[in-house]
Design a protein. Structure first.
Length: 202
């Protein structure tokens, strides 16, 4: 059944038990995530002191090369309650769609706001190359240290293995299973492919 789902996804066709509306909602959610990943990556490379701090975190504290940063699509969420919200709104996504993505929440006053703020960001990508969720981490000792996307119609924690999309394309026969995405992001030695469960934390 999983193979059928993959083929249907590549062809843009709904599953037999999935109606056209559900298929469209799924596609829109994946498009939201793709745009969000671009936003976080662009923010990481922005000419701001905060972005420079995030780049230093990836390079110095995590020991990652620029090639590894690009390979995993790593990014940065700025200290802005509505930055991503406005970015996605301007690209035509509706409030119900954005709420369903788990990238924004509604406050007690009824206003939407970004849940990822002033955090380095890791996109979680499925084996087909779709961005299905995100993990965010602070760069200091503030709490909560980690925030992960909630489960959605495209992201199911128990069915996801981080970096499997990278492993699928690799010719390496050496793999290492890590406890979480933040450990995986450090295991980037040549010829070694890190895999992990997305929600595990260290």
């Amino acid at each position: 059944m999983e193979a059928v789902k993959q083929l249907a996804g590549r062809a843009g066709m709904p599953m037999p038990e999935e109606d056209d509306q559900e298929s469209r909602s799924r596609s829109r959610l994946l498009e939201i995530n793709r745009n969000a990943a671009r936003y976080f990556y662009d923010q990481l490379n922005a000419p701001t002191p905060e972005a420079a701090m995030a780049r230093r975190y990836w390079r110095e504290k995590r020991g990652l090369s620029d090639a590894a940063i690009r390979r995993f699509g790593l990014g940065y969420a700025p200290e802005d309650f509505v930055g991503l919200l406005h970015y996605l709104r301007h690209r035509g996504f509706t409030e119900p769609e954005l709420e369903s993505s788990g990238l924004v929440k509604r406050s007690a006053k009824g206003n939407l706001y970004d849940i990822f703020r002033h955090r380095v960001m890791v996109p979680i990508i499925d084996v087909r190359g779709n961005i299905i969720a995100f993990g965010g981490r602070v760069m200091d000792d503030s709490k909560p240290k980690y925030i992960n996307s909630p489960e959605t119609m495209v992201y199911h924690k128990s069915r996801t293995l981080f970096a499997l999309n990278v492993a699928k394309k690799s010719t390496s026969k050496r793999y290492i299973l890590c406890e979480g995405i933040w450990t995986s992001s450090r295991c980037t030695k040549p010829g070694l492919i890190p895999l992990s469960v997305p929600a595990a934390r260290l």
